[in-house]
Design a protein around this ligand. Structure first.
Ligand code: JAH
Length: 249
C-alpha cells in the first residue's frame, strides 16, 4: 500500500512511523509512506496555509489553493488514484471495520489540517471525512498516525500468524478478557487458578465470562451487536446488577 500524507508538520511522522510494526512494514516494502509539506505548495512570501474565515468568527481556516495544488501533485505520483481522507472532528467515526476497509485500498492520501478547519473547496476533494473520536485536537496529524497504525497491521504479511489471531477477540465485538503471565503470584495477587489448570474448555469459558462482564461494565453499548446465549445474557444481567453499587473498575 502507498500512503501519502499532507501536513504543515511532516516531521511529526518520522519517529512514530519508523518503529515497531509500522516501521517494519515500511522496511519490508509492504507500506510506502511519503509525507509532504503543505508549505511547498504555497506561492506567497510568508508561505501562508491559513486565512481568516469569511463571515467572521474566531480562528483561522486552511486556504483552499495549497491543499488543492498539493492534492493535484500527489495524485500524479502514481497511476493509481488515491483514496483521499480528510481528518476532521465532524468526520465519520473511525472503527476496526473502517480500518479493514481502508486496508483494501491500493493507495491512501491523508490530509491533515491545523487551525479551525478547512475551506470547503478543499474538503470537496475528500472521498471520506474521518474522526478518531469526539474530542478536538490541534491538528489532523495524530489521527492520521492512528489510521496508519490501525491500517498497517491489517496489510497482508505485516503481522505474523501469532499476532494476527489477537484480532479475533475484537472481532466478536466484546472487550478483551484479563491476561496474566509469570510470576504466578505478584505483589500478593495470584493469577486465577483456572488459567494454570490446563483445562482448555474451562479456560475458554472463564475468558468468555470475563469478557462479557468487562464489556457490560465499561462498554454496555457494544452488547447491542453481540449475539449472546441465554447463559451469557444471564452473566451480563448479573454484572449490570452489580454495577448498581458503583465501583471504579
Ligand atoms: C483539529 C484540523 N477525531 C479527532 C480530530 C480530528 C481532527 C482534528 N481534531 C480532532 C483537527 C484541528 C485542525 C483537524
Amino acid at each position: 500500500m502507498i500512503v501519502d500524507v499532507l501536513s504543515i508538520f511532516p516531521d511529526m511522522f518520522e519517529g512514530p512511523m519508523s518503529v515497531s510494526i509500522v516501521g517494519l512494514a515500511r522496511e519490508r516494502g509492504l507500506l510506502e509512506l511519503r509525507c509532504h509539506d503543505l508549505r511547498e505548495y504555497t506561492h506567497d512570501r510568508h508561505r501562508s496555509t491559513d486565512d481568516a474565515p469569511y463571515g467572521g468568527g474566531p480562528g483561522m481556516v486552511m486556504k483552499p489553493e495549497p491543499l488543492n495544488e498539493a492534492l493535484d501533485a500527489i495524485e500524479l505520483l502514481e497511476d493509481e488514484p488515491g483514496y483521499v481522507v480528510f481528518f476532521t472532528p465532524a468526520g465519520r467515526p473511525f472503527s476496526q471495520d473502517l480500518a479493514m476497509e481502508l486496508a483494501d485500498k491500493e493507495r491512501l492520501v491523508l490530509v491533515c489540517g491545523r487551525y479551525e478547519g478547512f475551506d470547503e473547496r478543499a474538503v470537496m476533494r475528500a472521498d471520506l471525512e474521518l474522526s478518531i473520536g469526539d474530542y478536538v485536537l490541534t491538528g489532523g496529524e495524530l489521527p492520521a498516525m492512528v489510521v496508519i497504525d490501525a491500517v498497517s497491521r491489517q496489510l497482508p504479511g505485516v503481522l505474523g500468524d501469532e499476532e494476527s489471531a489477537v484480532d479475533e477477540s475484537f472481532a466478536d465485538g466484546l472487550l478483551e478478557y484479563p491476561q496474566y503471565t509469570r510470576p504466578q503470584e505478584y505483589r500478593g495477587v495470584a493469577a486465577p487458578a483456572v488459567l494454570l489448570s490446563g483445562d482448555h474448555g474451562k479456560i475458554a469459558q472463564w475468558r468468555r465470562e470475563q469478557s462479557l462482564r468487562k464489556t457490560a461494565r465499561v462498554r454496555p453499548d457494544l452488547l447491542a451487536r453481540a449475539s449472546l446465549t441465554p447463559t451469557e445474557l444471564q452473566i451480563v444481567q448479573d454484572e449490570l446488577k452489580r454495577a448498581e453499587t458503583p465501583q471504579e473498575r
